[in-house]
Design a protein around this ligand. Structure first.
Ligand code: IMP
Length: 426
């Protein structure tokens, strides 16, 4: 295996966890590079379902080093729950390492996330309310707490003294919420300082560099998706980090030259949770059908996902901004019973008929646009047991070839069901 980045190439929930889980089998180190417990990664192994929010799913293999990287934000409460659940199920967590540079989601970040959304009213983002935006906001505002701060009492105290008056002023004066005392925050920090200690490796950065030089195989695990990227997504309806391929470099301490391959994970259709524009969204029976066959519910929030046809302008854009070298296409089997399958190949301006082949980043324009579809015949066959590309029906191959041709990126993996075995490598 080459050093590979796995990127969500749509609005998240593309099935990245299954792809990372498969590739993790050949990796030595699996490192999560951005996001926090807003992510929900489901992996099915031997019929057993595991749900991850922060820990790389590679933890399910013996002997792999799993890292929660510098670009992530960690809610220690959620991490504790996740670790305890794994331990209860007999999964060893001893190979987990937490980067000392990752930021901590404090209790007030969660309060602020909920309060921001409430104040935004109809303009809300539809966040996961996990405090992600406020944690990254504080990181950028230089008011954040990093994991390493927990282990330097003098620094910790000075940071609390610096940040808390500002956070409390926001809580009380803007939102009318209860402030936090210095003691409450200290107690929280002390508890997690001790709980997380076995996983915090202050020599992680030299370890990563040594591993890279020794030719260890590294798998970079992204969360969310390109269209939720803070810079390239449907801003402001995005998350607060960089899920794009480049995030793997800024979020790990492994340089740009350590990446050989970038795999973009796409669903055979497209989904989104939360608010924001969605050109190919289906608000009819077909959307319902995709939603119910695809079991499209958010892992973190349980919300029903919005569903629509595959969107090529987004796929091309996604391939560009992440530098994709390959595509993993998931959930192709969801279309098994469909008579017709549509592919959005461009957008048309309803006002003057102008055709957009490329994704327009100004989302204010989107309300004037409509998708231009190419329609494909369905294959009306159960493909969930297909083991190779040649096992796929001709109509499925036609659909796949079109995606490959128009994105100009080779499809390298096709998933036809949730199990590890239901995967075709090309
Ligand atoms: P936040 O990341 O909780 O701030 O939410 C911002 C936007 O990203 C919302 O539209 C969420 O629904 C979306 N989002 C965050 N994490 C995920 C994910 O893992 N999958 C899909 N959407 C996500």
């Amino acid at each position: 295996m080459k050093n590979t980045v796995v990127v969500g190439a749509q609005w998240g929930d593309e099935g990245k966890a299954k792809i990372t889980d498969l590739l993790a089998g050949e990796a030595d180190i699996i490192i999560r590079y951005q996001g926090g417990c807003n992510a929900g990664h489901t992996v099915v192994v031997d019929g057993e379902t595991y749900k991850f929010h922060l820990i790389p799913s590679g933890i399910l293999y013996d002997g792999k080093t799993c890292v929660i990287g510098a670009g992530t934000v960690i809610n220690p409460v959620v991490l504790e729950e996740e670790l305890e659940d794994l331990k209860k199920r007999g999964v060893s967590t001893k190979n987990l390492k937490i980067c000392q540079l990752a930021h901590i989601t404090m209790p007030y970040h969660i309060d602020l996330d909920g309060a921001d959304e409430l104040l935004l009213g109809n303009n809300k983002i539809g966040t996961t309310k996990r405090g992600i935006g406020p944690t990254y906001t504080d990181k950028m505002a230089r008011l954040g707490f990093r994991i390493e701060d927990l282990y330097d009492e003098e620094l910790l105290l000075s940071k609390i003294e610096r940040a808390l008056p500002i956070k409390n002023a926001q809580l009380e004066k803007i939102y009318g919420l209860k402030p936090y005392s210095k003691e409450q925050i200290l107690e929280f920090c002390h508890y997690y300082r001790d709980y997380l200690k076995p996983y915090v490796d202050m020599d992680l950065l030299p370890f990563l560099e040594k591993s890279r030089k020794a030719g260890k195989k590294i798998l970079f695990e992204g969360a969310q998706g390109v269209m939720l990227d803070i810079d390239f997504g449907t801003y402001p309806y995005v998350t607060s980090s960089n899920p794009i391929g480049g995030g793997a470099v800024t979020g790990t301490a492994l340089g740009i030259n350590s990446v050989d391959e970038v795999i973009g994970v796409f669903k055979a259709y497209i989904t989104r949770v939360g608010e924001g524009p969605f050109m190919t969204e289906l608000l009819d029976d077909e959307g319902e059908k995709i939603q119910s066959i695809g079991k499209e519910f958010g892992v973190t929030t349980g919300r029903k996902r919005r569903c629509g046809w595959f969107d090529l302008p987004i796929a091309k854009y996604s391939a560009q901004v992440s530098g994709l070298t390959g595509i993993a296409l998931t959930k192709l089997d969801v279309f098994d019973s469909f008579d017709k399958i549509k592919l959005c190949v461009a957008y048309k301006d309803k006002r003057d008929g102008h055709i957009y082949d490329n994704y327009p980043t100004n989302i204010n324009l989107h309300k004037y646009l409509e998708p231009v579809y190419r329609v494909f015949d369905g294959w009306k066959t159960d493909i969930s047991k297909a083991k190779s590309y040649n096992d796929l029906p001709e109509n499925a191959k036609i659909y796949l070839k079109e995606i490959e041709k128009l994105t100009d990126v080779p499809i390298k993996i096709i998933s036809v069901g949730p199990d590890r075995e239901q995967t075709i490598f090309i």
